[in-house]
Design a protein around this ligand. Structure first.
Ligand code: ZN
Length: 210
């Protein structure tokens, strides 16, 4: 059997198991998704959003990219965000990074990685904002871990700077924003930052005519 055929076989078994456990499982989901959560995570194959949070199909709306970034010019992210907030009306948005993130580590080096440079430059900016604290950490792994936490915090703040979030906060008093970091070594998620609805950010970024 070819490796990809194994995936199809697994899928068949999975679908059968779902139906035997709950005959209405697919017919219920086929008509409606009402997830309460938007997950913005890293593309890393070791951090599957649903598996590590014990959520089922229909419970979590997912966007993943290298190093769980919220970049203003990323139409993909913005479309997911707009849809999740305005159509699905999610209650919570979780930005989840992970210790040992290759994207974060790469951003700390001087290696040129082609088009990925443009993406990683956003993480280099986070390093620059916190250079004093980060440069003081001698151990390279510990420094990368701290940058991972700071990056998650920065991406949550980037969400709060968007008119999409500010509008939802103003008119619907949601969603609640969370910054989490997942540990590859122990499978545990650590909450490192949060912003409840209507948290004030630097006034420079606040729109008053939404
Ligand atoms: Zn990663």
């Amino acid at each position: 059997m070819k490796v990809y055929e194994q995936l199809l076989k697994n899928n068949e078994e999975w679908a059968k198991k779902r139906v035997s456990d709950d005959p209405e499982f697919f017919s219920r989901l086929a008509h409606l998704q009402t997830p309460q959560f938007l997950w913005i995570g890293c593309s890393d194959s070791r951090v599957p959003a649903d598996m590590i949070t014990g959520t089922q199909p229909g419970e979590i709306f997912v966007h993943r990219n290298i190093a769980n970034m919220v970049v203003y010019t990323d139409v993909n992210l913005l479309s997911v965000l707009e849809y999740a907030v305005n159509q699905l009306k999610v209650q919570h948005i979780i930005v989840c990074g992970h210790y040992g993130c290759g994207g974060v580590k790469a951003a700390m080096t001087k290696h040129s990685l082609g088009i990925i440079n443009k993406w990683l430059r956003n993480i280099k900016d986070v390093y620059r904002f916190h250079r004093e604290e980060l440069d003081a950490i001698a151990d390279e792994e510990a420094r990368a871990d701290r940058l991972t936490e700071l990056n998650v915090r920065e991406q949550v703040m980037n969400l709060a700077k968007t008119s999409i979030i500010q509008k939802a906060w103003k008119y619907e008093n949601k969603p609640h924003l969370h910054g989490w970091v997942y540990g590859l070594k122990d499978g545990i998620i650590h909450p490192v930052f949060e912003m409840t609805s209507r948290t004030h950010i630097d006034p420079l970024y606040e729109y008053d005519d939404l």
